[in-house]
Design a binder for this molecule. Sequence first.
Ligand code: GLY
Length: 312
Amino acid sequence: MQPKLIIHGGAGSSLKGKGAGTIRQSLYRVLETVYSLLSAGASARAAAVLGCQLLEDDPHFNAGTGSVLQSDGQIRMSAALMDGAAQRFSGVINVSRLQHPIDLAQALQSSTDRVLSDQGAAELLRELQLPIYDPLIESRLQEWLQERRGNFSHAAAGVVVEPELAVETSARTGTIGIVALDQQGHLAAGTSTGGKGFERIGRVSDSAMPAGNYATAEAAVSCTGIGEDIIDECLATRIIIRVSDGLSLEAAFERSFSEAYQRQRDFGAIGIDATGAIAWGKTSEVLLAAYHDGEQMGDTLEMTEDPQTACR
Ligand code: GLY
């Protein structure tokens, strides 16, 4: 099969001015690298892991390097990987001091215990002898210091980090995600996040739950946006079950996003099905997503109507 790929770097309110160009460049660079891997015959799962690593390394996005700070000024990250062919989910919740949280999710794919939280995730990090790494960047620290002065009045941190790119309403969150279809027709989804930003210690993100990251043999979906809204809709799983029950991917996205819009949810999602259809949807003002359909690359950055679902 011709490989397909879609990735996201968060959802929120509109990007202003030059923001879109910078984000587009970042997303397209990752698309090109990961699509080359898929074209060389790599598995969808390997593509999801590489894509997450690259986006975790990009300080524009709220995952890995560039993660937001929680209310106590600490970074705690979450990530999940789902192999659609095996229908196997693995993930880590609230892990600190590593470069690529997705590496832990990848290591847990072959474990009997497949979702670990803080202490267990830290122990796995030690067992795997992954180097200690500080994902903090100066602008996220400044963002936290500013919020502390305002007594944490925002519900979430900025979707992307530079002041000139930051979005401005309370609907501000970012996460990264990859959905891939490989030459064998297998699907996988990977998602990684620093969380909402400024949240209570112990708050659990949707990103390491099947609500935010899910895949079967029929379809794969990764979500971004306000985690509580994604969990309340059980969004990724809801979309995929609809595909398993016979809806097209586009119809599954449309129905799920129309319900979500009526319930005033704030999020976006990307997906691919086993036929190679690529889809995205959002109730947020903007979804930072880009795709490679084998012929060309495209993105959703200028799509600001609300709500919106689209399919290729
Ligand atoms: N979707 C990321 C989070 O809310 O934690």
